[in-house]
Design a protein around this ligand. Structure first.
Ligand SMILES: Cc1cc2nc3c(=O)[nH]c(=O)nc-3n(C[C@H](O)[C@H](O)[C@H](O)COP(=O)(O)OP(=O)(O)OC[C@H]3O[C@@H](n4cnc5c(N)ncnc54)[C@H](O)[C@@H]3O)c2cc1C
Length: 380
């Protein structure tokens, strides 16, 4: 059996490593001409770290990331609205959230893939097990894994069309070479404005870097020059604590990564014939729960496990989808709803939301963590 993986993002690379561990042959193709170690930070949830334990990568990731002992939501006056004790989560589920630079994560994953990653290979068409690339070359396999992200060509051509949804929020991200004060390095989270639909965060990553992001509720497609974006962020953060403003002031405007936040309505089918989808191609989610990559990582592990267990590829796809789809879709829905709640611009609505979050019983938050982290990685 030979698999063709389309896309060498977090999902595609993790799939390659999982297939490799199971002794399944694969080739991996990526549209980008080179794998640059760019991007901002990312939080890898307890569930992602549990998969990487099984793939033998957790130690390397822990060495280059920061374990978040507590994760908070605060308002701009510093009042805690929600506090999660990650050490308790670690005790219950085996790991906790780690914050890492995307470039570092990519380096660790790429180093673990023993098959060369074919770069500059943009998939434009698939027909009967043959993948056609923009440069005129082709690849053939017994199965094709679409790990080509939210705007997946593989999904749109071979499986189903997605209906994209704008979350109502745009996002700016950046990393800064610095360390937060020691007391804040392992205690991180986000702050919500009391009006205007602004959220912002600064969290320590490994390798002496800090990850900054800010979201704002505005119509899709709003364009800003780096200088205008910088000025806007500065203005919006005036009501936020000075520690956050200090991180912001160290950002190089040219390094700001800007994007509107989209997902798509859950799709009912993740495979067709010899083609199967994983990660954002199957279930892109808004980043409100910090779970998109973690879900892709779970997909990768489970798909490889079924491919190694089942002799019939379609039976493997069917079991993979049956095990994953409901769970991933509930993450997408929770994240989408949270995004709508946090987009509230109106002052009264925002304060009421903050009040309700602050008074949400602990058991509700615990139930959510149980859903996210109590993942059975065994396949029957
Ligand atoms: C602002 C923001 C913050 C986020 N924060 C977090 C977080 O903290 N934690 C978390 O778990 N998730 C987070 N996510 C989500 C996470 O980034 C994604 O869920 C994750 O990257 C999905 O991985 P993927 O491999 O499925 O897709 P992608 O990362 O999109 O990778 C797809 C790859 O396929 C390649 N490709 C695309 N088209 C083709 C083609 N036609 N042919 C060949 N190759 C192709 C692309 O170049 C890319 O390398 C965040 C997302 C955003 C937008």
């Amino acid at each position: 059996m030979k698999a063709i993986i389309i896309g060498a993002g977090i999902g595609g690379l993790t799939t390659a490593i999982a297939l490799q561990q199971r002794g399944i042959a694969f080739e991996i193709y990526e549209a980008a001409p080179e794998l640059k170690t760019v991007g901002a930070g990312i939080w890898l949830g307890c569930n992602a770290m549990n998969v990487y334990e099984k793939l033998g990568l957790a130690a390397a990731l822990k060495e280059r990331s920061v374990l978040l002992e507590t994760v908070f939501i605060k308002d701009t006056s510093g009042n805690t609205l929600q506090l999660v004790n990650n050490l308790e989560i670690k005790q219950l589920y085996g790991n906790a959230t780690h914050a890492i630079h995307r470039g570092t994560l990519q380096q660790i994953l790429v180093a673990a893939v023993r098959t060369p990653i074919q770069l500059g290979k943009k998939c434009i068409r698939i027909e009967g097990g043959t993948v056609y690339f923009e440069d005129g070359s082709t690849a053939q396999g017994d199965l094709i894994i679409g790990a080509d992200g939210i705007r997946s060509v593989v999904r749109e051509q071979c499986v189903t069309k997605a209906q994209y949804r704008y979350s109502g929020q745009t996002c700016w991200r950046a990393t800064v070479n610095m360390d937060l004060p020691a007391a804040e390095q392992h205690n991180s989270g986000e702050m919500w404005s009391k009006k205007g639909g602004i959220r912002a965060s600064a969290s320590q990553l490994g390798d002496h870097q800090v990850y900054f992001w800010m979201t704002k509720a505005i119509p899709a497609g709003s364009r800003y020059t780096p200088a205008d974006a910088y000025t806007l962020i500065q203005q919006e953060l005036q009501a936020f604590p000075k520690e956050l403003q200090e991180v912001m002031q160290r950002i190089d405007p040219e390094q700001l990564i800007h994007g509107d936040l989209y997902d798509f309505k859950p799709i009912a089918q993740w495979y067709k014939d010899e083609v199967v989808l994983i990660g954002d191609a199957a279930h892109a989610t808004t980043p409100n729960l910090g779970q998109g990559a973690s879900q892709a990582i779970e997909d990768a592990y489970i798909l490889a496990a079924y491919l190694s267990k089942e002799t019939d590829i379609n039976a493997a796809f069917q079991k993979y989808q049956a095990k994953r789809i409901k769970h991933a879709q509930s993450v997408v829905s929770m994240s989408y709803t949270l995004g709508r709640i946090t987009s509230l611009k109106n002052g009264i609505g925002s304060r009421l939301r903050n009040y309700l979050i602050k008074h949400t019983p602990n058991w509700i938050a615990r139930r959510q963590f149980h859903l996210l982290y109590d993942v059975n990685l065994n396949v029957e």
